[in-house]
Ligand binder design. Structure first.
Ligand code: NDP
Ligand code: MG
Length: 407
């Protein structure tokens, strides 16, 4: 049985629902808190987590009367404790405290930690059979089939919060698995959609952070500029919906109005549309299996006038090709792909490598991994975490030579 429920059975209780937000201080966390703020009577906040932003976390915890607040940075425990002094909010610090936040008994959990650091907390929520709105794509890319198997075993319900996957989730209910031909996830193309390779190679951090349509955290915004984000999303779709690489297409759609489409055997293509605002897919997850009122702007297609589409360019955006390759290779290759990309993005932010070198570092790391005979199926979270750890080390050792090499 799949952990993603493809058809809704409208049995939702109208009682107050307990919720936990992992990564509450981030961009997805902010959108989630916005939705919770608008329906205070429907939701009770169990736990909230952050990484270093203690003051932001404490402010949210007080505003929502959370029972528990956790900061991932262990050095910030005292600061958090002081910020929550005089309240009845329990608190903790370090990775184990974030895991504890996820393990506490909230019915609905938003998994919006960024990067592979989100894996263990997401698993803690999955293991107790919670409904998990999954924004953290890296944890799926890192743990692959294993994550979904564990969710299915625990009876957890995974609701895709990433906009494209949420669109597919909504469209997939129109038919059965046997009737599905392919899914199409759209991509805005990012700020470098029309740039020549030589200019992409030299792009600055400020240019990479200027996303044309979406307002998001730093890591995912850079991933959007390199189209690594779309690559991660292809892998995410494969694991979430048990799809083969050939069943997933990417379509560049600069307006970001259509988020995902599903083609069925009768040649019907079912799409989900909406303004590019993450509060819409998050609202879908929060209300599911009902629908709640979303705060995003209503779609005015007459005003937008035109929706345009282009095929993705695998030459100028090699990250996309590398993602398909890693997915086809399997046996930990997507974990290596993700780990190397995280190292590469951090190095780009730190000014150690050029923008164009991000994909080169990912390619070199995956190639080295395969050449060294390291591919093996992942059978546990520890497996995935060990591969992630070793691939980061490998990427770090390859970094200096990639930094020196011109394109
Ligand atoms: P942000 O960088 O804005 O926020 C990340 C959150 O995770 C913050 O709360 C941050 O805390 C916390 N965090 C960071 N590192 C750690 C760590 N090591 N341990 C525990 N917590 C940590 O990211 P986004 O909100 O943009 O993205 C979150 C996830 O959602 C990512 O996986 C991204 O790919 C995915 N996503 C995001 C979308 C978007 O529109 N933003 C769209 C679709 C998916 P602090 O604030 O204290 O640093
Ligand atoms: Mg997305």
């Amino acid at each position: 049985m799949s952990a993603v429920p493809l058809r809704s059975n409208k049995a939702a209780a109208s009682a107050v629902r307990s919720v936990t937000v992992l990564g509450a201080t981030g961009s997805i966390g902010d959108s989630t808190m916005d939705l919770l703020r608008a329906s205070r009577d429907r939701y009770r906040v169990e736990a909230l987590t952050g990484h270093t932003n203690v003051q932001g976390l404490a402010k949210l915890a007080k505003e929502f009367g959370a029972r528990f607040a956790a900061v991932a940075d262990p050095a910030r425990f005292t600061e958090l404790k002081e910020a929550l002094a005089g309240t009845r909010i329990e608190c903790g610090a370090g990775e184990s405290a974030v895991i504890e936040a996820a393990a506490r008994p909230a019915e609905w959990v938003m998994a919006a930690v960024s990067g592979a650091a989100g894996l263990k907390p997401a698993l803690a929520a999955v293991d107790r059979g919670a409904t998990v709105a999954l924004a953290n794509k890296e944890c799926l890319v890192c743990a692959g089939d294993f994550f979904m198997e564990r969710a299915a075993k625990a009876g957890a319900c995974i609701l895709p919060a990433d906009s494209e996957h949420n669109a597919l989730f909504q469209a997939l209910g129109s038919g059965n698995r046997e009737e599905l031909i392919r899914v199409i996830i759209t991509a805005s193309g990012g700020p470098f959609r029309t740039w020549a390779s030589a200019d992409i190679e030299q792009a600055t951090l400020a240019q990479a952070l200027k996303h044309p349509n979406w307002s998001m955290g730093q890591k995912i915004t850079i991933d959007s500029a390199s189209m690594m984000n779309k690559g991660l999303e292809v892998i995410e779709a494969a694991y979430l919906f048990a799809l083969k690489p050939d069943e997933i297409d990417v379509l560049v759609h600069p307006q970001s109005i259509i988020h995902g489409m599903v083609e069925f055997s009768d040649r019907s293509v079912v799409a989900q549309l909406g303004a590019p605002d993450m509060r819409t897919p998050i609202a879908h997850c929060l209300g599911w299996p009902d629908r709640i009122t979303g705060p995003a702007a209503r779609l005015d297609l007459a005003k937008i006038g035109q929706l345009t589409f282009e095929a993705p360019d695998f030459q100028r955006f090699p990250g996309l090709r590398l993602a398909y390759d890693a997915l086809r290779t399997g046996r930990g290759a997507t974990t290596v792909f993700n780990a190397a990309n995280e190292v590469a993005v951090a190095a780009f932010i730190a000014g150690q490598i050029r923008f164009g070198a991000i994909a080169r570092l990912v390619e070199a790391t995956v190639e080295d991994w395969i050449r060294s005979g390291n591919l093996a199926p992942l059978t546990s979270a520890d497996d995935a975490i060990a591969v992630d750890h070793n691939a980061r080390k490998k990427a770090a050792t390859l970094l200096p030579q990639i930094a020196l090499k011109a394109s």
